[in-house]
Design a protein around this ligand. Structure first.
Ligand code: R5P
Length: 298
């Protein structure tokens, strides 16, 4: 197997190469003076299983080169072309809220489905869609971060109270709570704008003597977490732990959050808050999908 890493997450790529017994694919990439992308594959791909690790946070900067690379690998004779994207972008645009809005999850899914044989990701934001199969027309596997997060909590926090900041987080927080054997609460969120959210008050009686642990799938502007943390601080609760599966941390979100909480993420998006490893389940999912693809390449 050849593993290409066009957007360079060297730590995760090295782990995956080892776990999959893959070779690092050799790639030359640069920009032409006019800003267009130059791409050249130096590895011999003929009859090889190729997989691309390309993490689709800030997707608009990456998607075109990713599609060019997938197309080039096929053109150079690859036996299969798979995608590992620990963060799957555009999943939150799952509804037309105002007339004329692009429901971008759909065209984005069509682009990836047309380019790859299979896709592996970690906890995509499935809210109005219940499964990737409703959207993607290729083999896919979703790695769940809940067991990894639950283990991290069990090993470090003796008496946690898990808090999901909005109804969408219930699927993650309830699963983590069950596995960690901890109580949980789910709050209600009203979002009025990108940076304008309000969160309902937590039930403070349950919090006595416990460390608040917030769990959400995505930390982007950080305002969902910050508003929740503000309630906890006002109530005089001990310093909280804020856990995100995907830490995007737009703007100064990370600095603002670390002023009031210990911030922890999985290694889905490379960041200094990464404390929870995801390589092993990603590799297992790739092996499984590759086997299915070879059994039925259609
Ligand atoms: C949406 O419901 C997600 O689960 C997250 O709560 C949301 O994406 C967080 O965004 P932000 O950090 O910008 O508040």
């Amino acid at each position: 197997m050849l593993l290409f890493n066009p957007d360079s997450d060297p730590a995760l790529a090295a782990q995956l190469n080892r776990l999959l017994n893959a070779q690092a694919g050799a790639l030359e990439q640069r920009r032409f003076p006019d800003g267009e992308s130059y791409l050249r594959v130096h590895s011999d791909c003929q009859d090889q299983d190729c997989v691309i690790l390309c993490n689709l946070f800030h997707p608009d900067d990456r998607i075109l080169r990713l599609l060019f690379l997938a197309d080039t690998l096929r053109d150079c004779g690859a036996r299969s072309v798979g995608l590992i994207t620990p963060y799957l972008a555009y999943m939150r645009q799952d509804k037309r809220f105002k007339p004329g809005e692009c429901v971008s999850s759909r065209p984005f899914a069509r682009l990836l489905s047309g380019a790859f044989d299979y896709l592996v990701t970690v906890d995509p934001h499935l809210h109005r869609y219940h499964s990737l199969d409703e959207l993607y027309d290729l083999r896919s596997r979703v790695v769940q971060a809940a067991p990894l997060i639950a283990q991290w909590i069990q090993e470090r926090i003796p008496s946690p109270l898990l808090i999901g900041p909005d109804s969408e987080s219930e699927q993650w927080v309830s699963h983590v709570a069950e596995l960690a054997g901890a109580p949980f609460q789910v709050l209600q969120k009203e979002r009025r704008g990108d940076y304008d959210v309000s969160i309902s008050l937590p039930d403070l009686d349950e919090a006595a003597g416990r460390t608040p642990v917030l769990v959400d799938d995505i930390i982007s502007s950080g305002h969902t977490m910050l508003e929740t943390l503000r309630h906890l601080q006002t109530a005089g609760l001990p310093r909280a732990v804020a856990i995100g599966v995907h830490g995007i941390f737009a703007g100064d979100a990370y600095n603002r959050l670390t002023e009031v909480a210990d911030v922890v993420t999985t290694a889905c998006i490379p960041h200094l808050s990464n404390q929870i490893d995801i390589a092993a389940p990603l590799a297992d999912a790739v092996r499984e999908l590759l086997q299915a693809h070879h059994a039925d390449p259609s």
